[in-house]
Every structure is written in C-alpha cells, then in structure tokens.
Design a protein around this ligand. Sequence first.
Ligand code: TRP
Length: 329
Amino acid sequence: MSTCDNLRPVKTSLTGIKPTHLPHLGNYLGAIRPALSLVEHYRTLYFIADYHALTTVRDADALRGYVRDVAATWLACGLDPDRTLLYRQSDVPEVFELTWVLSCLLATGQLERGHAYKDALARGESPNAGIFNYPILMAADILLYDTDVVPIGKDQKQHLELTRDVAARLNHLYGEGTLVVPEARISNAPLVPGTDGEKMSKSKGNGIPLFEPPKKLRKVIMGIKTTSEALEDPKTAEGSTVYELYRLIAPDRAPEMEQKLEAGGYGWGHAKEDLFEAIEAEIEPKREAYLAIRADEDGLDAILHAGAERARAIAHRTIGRVRSAVGIE
Ligand code: TRP
C-alpha cells in the first residue's frame, strides 16, 4: 500500500468524511487540499462515513448520491487510490463489532458531555441515539485501522480525546498493545468564508460551488458581499471575503491584490474577476477529471470495491485481536 518501505516506520493517518452534501470550495480549501498533502508523509486512509451521515440524512437516494459525490470529488482533486486507501465506512461491518466492545467500556456520562449531543439538547431538539453514540462509532473507525494520527478540525478534538481514553482503557484492562492509541493532528487549515463572509457551509446557503460550470461559478463569485466604497477609494483587503479567498487560492499573488485594493482605483468587481480567474485556473482540470469520473459509475464502484477489500483485511486483523483479548471466541 505504501511507497515508503524504508527505515523509518511510516505512520498511518486516517480521516473520515461525512457525505451530507455535494462538496463545495470551502471543503476543498479547508479539508480536501490539506488532507491530500499528507500523502507524502503518511500511509493514508480516507473513508466516507455514510453511517455517520445517517444521523441526519433521511433521504436514501440523496445519501447514495452524496457518497458518490464525495468519492468522485476526492479522486478528482488528486486522491490516488493506489496510494491512499479510499473506502466506504459501511463496506466494513467489523466497525460495529468494535463499536459495541468500546461502548461497554465507556460511561454514559462521557457521551452526555459530547458537544454535538449537548448542543442539540441546548437547541431544544431531541437528538436521536445515533447522535448520542456518534463518538463511539468514530472511535471504532479510528481504532479499527491501527491509526497513529487523525487529522481533524478543532470541532472534532473532543471525539479524539474520547477515542484515546477508550483505547487506553481497553489496553489497560485487556493487554497493552491491543489497540493503537492515536494522536490528533488539529488542522490549522483556515476558515474559508462563504459569499456572505460567514464560514462557508452548505446549510447557510453561502457556498461557492466546486465543479459547477464556470458561468455558474462566476455568477456566485460576483455575488460575494463587499463593502460599498467608490471605485477610486482605497479599500481594506484584510478581512474582506474576496481577498481572504484569493489569499487561499493564490497566495503568491495575494500581496499584489492587497496593494491594488489599498491604492484605490481597483474596484471589488475587478478583485472578484481576479478571484474568479484564480479559482478557475486551479479548479478547471479537476472539474474535467470529476466529469470523467462521473461518466464512469462502474469505474467508481470498482475503486470503492477494491478499497473495501483492503480495508476489511486490516479490520479483520484488528477485530480478531480485540475479540480474543476480551474473551469473545
Ligand atoms: N465526525 C467527523 C466529522 O464530522 C467525521 C468522521 C467520522 C471522522 N469518523 C471519523 C473523522 C474518523 C476522523 C476520523 O467531520
């Protein structure tokens, strides 16, 4: 699987992607691009967490669609399935065996303190048990593959702490080395602003599409909110949505845009045009790749199928170790 069979043992990095929407530019800049850059340094496993999505997605066809949207997007953005193990969570049912074993070692109080669960209660919702148990399934996702490092956003930190706790507890009770205790690698990926300047998010309707046709992309970019100085006025680049996005897409050329904005005589419309061109330059080849992948659904199935086989081989070994450690079989 790895190209790095050299002296230094290669660490395993694993992360899960919840298929709840068609990926947008914020996902690309904030998650996909940084995650793909890890391939040089780790043995990487990326999986599509469809059972996690089931806590919120209620439309079967939509869920099926999102799984393929996500897989095709990652592949189009450069995930090489020969180097990175890409699989669908639900293709490896061993994860539920481990979920159960872990749940028997966790106090319900620890789950009651879960941010997502507590937030749902605070909003006056009655969260389903899937949301309550979410962190256990996530711990099983991680521990099943002898993961050393988990790249995550800050919002997932608590889940990683629970994962480490439960792994350490199992090892302590049943034998050190049964599970690998993973480390979080908290991403310093920037918050990517959407068209209204808030964090780009599907639910806020402020998304910038990733693989829509260029005309559509341009239209959305032209609709980004800006301040309303006159063309000749000097403008503050830092903190403006257009400039912050430009800085993420074209860091080398960002100082130039900053200068132009601050000098005056360069309007937000010009800046948006430059932003559109910079995004288009980065996205265009990936859009082509995406369309080609979507035109070959059998090919996509074959990739997911091959990933599932390899993932199950690893899962099978871990669950074997766990079963005999805890006294099942
Ligand atoms: N909970 C993660 C999120 O919402 C997705 C996820 C599921 C995950 N299982 C994981 C991430 C295992 C890292 C490792 O983004």
